[in-house]
Design a protein around this ligand. Structure first.
Ligand code: 3BY
Ligand code: FES
Ligand code: FE
Length: 420
């Protein structure tokens, strides 16, 4: 039985590898990549269970016993702050008979207690209590919670379900440097939204990687966002480059990192100015929060854009930071979690108004959701065939699709070798 399963999985994996090897570069992916349950399962295995994922912020779990939960494919995960103040992720799976342990999306516990038969775990995963009837041979030390690789940088939490995760420390060191002015350990999530889109996760990311659609769909966002990605954007005008240079001088004076840096195609960071005179992604470009984040003095920090594939993009401004987390749920279903982050001492109704804070990206998310869902519906048609990306407007999409295909193939081949 086991052998049959392995062969089946092997050949499905092989089919996807073939599909990606034969794809036409610079074109959207073959239909199955966007809608088939087999490719979805393979994406979960080869990308989401092997790469580093952005999963939340350390300020969401400020005290020992605070936790957040999420699912990576079929894998329930809990991320916990322990008594030493370390942040550690675990498989949220009881070592008795496998029940999920921490149930809410977030919470605070003294110990982690399984709801089924009350096996009880220390915040560092050690099994403390398993009733009195497990027999003479039973040794609690043999049944700790299974750890998941966890790293934090600048207040961001990343996990990897891989046995041996890929290298990421160079990016994390830079991320910490770019986030230092924000002091995110002393920030808080003012509000968050969770939307479920009827679209494959790759369509959600593709949509985010270009602004070709912005003029047609994002009036609120375009009040403040300049659609160039960075100064290396092939469309960047001289006037735009001069605008960036002026802002860069101000940012340098305050020690605010802004240069464009990238780590392969997986990670990039750059601080881009917003439209002239606009300091935040609000409807009129005025600040959303009276208190700036961290040590920030100059409100006009534009937006620090952070890309982390496969699952996050971000906009860090002077007064608030917005993080986006993509969680694939099914072949044509994707959760997008958006968090608006402000200084921890900012007071709702005094320093910020939640409606003002969230309005632009609520509107933008709803518009992007409609675009991704219509994209999915068209892709499901018998008439769909991969179409050409614009090398200028859609270079970010080309980069994402290249990263996805190359990473998938490399990871799949690694796995098949190790399965052998
Ligand atoms: O602002 C963003 O996050 C992305 C990048 C360009 C357009 N899009 C809405
Ligand atoms: Fe957790 Fe039984 S499954 S205590
Ligand atoms: Fe968009």
């Amino acid at each position: 039985m086991e052998q049959i399963n392995t062969t089946l999985i092997g050949s499905q994996l092989g089919d996807t590898v073939q599909l990606l090897r034969q794809r036409r570069p610079g074109y959207s992916l073959p239909q199955a990549c966007y809608n088939s349950p087999e490719v979805f399962a393979a994406d979960m295995e080869q990308i989401f269970c092997k790469e580093w994922l952005y999963v939340g912020l350390t300020c969401e779990i400020p005290q020992p016993g605070n936790f957040i939960t999420l699912e990576v494919g079929n894998n329930p995960i809990t991320i916990v702050r322990n008594k030493q103040m370390e942040v550690q992720a675990f498989h949220n799976v009881c070592r008795h008979r496998g029940s999920r342990i921490c149930l809410p999306k977030q919470g605070k516990v003294a110990k982690m207690v399984c709801p089924y038969h009350q096996w009880t775990y220390e915040l560092d995963g050690e099994l403390l209590y398993a009733g009195n009837d497990m027999g003479d041979q039973f040794n609690k030390a043999d049944f700790p919670l299974k750890k998941v690789h966890t790293k934090t940088a600048g207040g961001y939490i990343f996990i990897s379900l891989a046995d041996e995760p890929p290298a990421i420390d160079d990016f994390l060191a830079e991320l910490a440097r770019y986030l230092e002015p924000y002091d995110l350990e002393n920030a808080k999530v003012a509000v968050q939204s969770e939307i479920l889109e009827d679209a494959n996760w790759k369509l959600v990311i593709e949509n985010n990687r270009e602004c070709y659609h912005c003029a047609g769909s994002h009036p609120e966002l375009l009040n403040t966002l300049l659609e160039w990605d960075d100064t290396t954007d092939p469309r960047a005008s001289d006037a735009f480059k001069a605008h960036v240079a002026r802002k860069a001088e101000e940012w340098d004076a305050e020690g605010i990192p802004h240069e464009h840096v990238s780590f392969g195609l997986r990670n990039r960071m750059v601080r881009m100015p917003l439209a002239e005179g606009k300091v935040a992604m609000t409807i009129d470009g005025s600040p959303a929060c009276a208190k700036t984040l961290g040590r920030v003095q100059n409100r006009d920090l534009g937006s620090l854009r952070i890309l982390h594939l496969p699952n996050s993009w971000n906009h860090g401004q002077g007064d608030h930071l917005i993080t986006f987390q993509v969680i694939p749920v099914g072949p044509q279903k994707t959760k997008v979690i958006t968090k608006w982050v402000v200084h921890k001492d900012a007071v709702e109704g005094v320093d910020y108004d939640v409606e003002k804070l969230r309005r632009v990206w609520d509107a933008t998310n709803a518009q992007d959701r409609a675009l991704a869902e219509e994209n999915q519906r068209g892709i499901n048609s018998m008439a769909y065939e991969p179409g050409p990306y614009s090398p200028t407007y859609e270079f970010g999409v080309v980069n994402f699709v290249d990263w996805y295909a190359d990473t998938f193939v490399a990871n799949a081949e690694g796995q098949r070798l190790s399965v052998k």
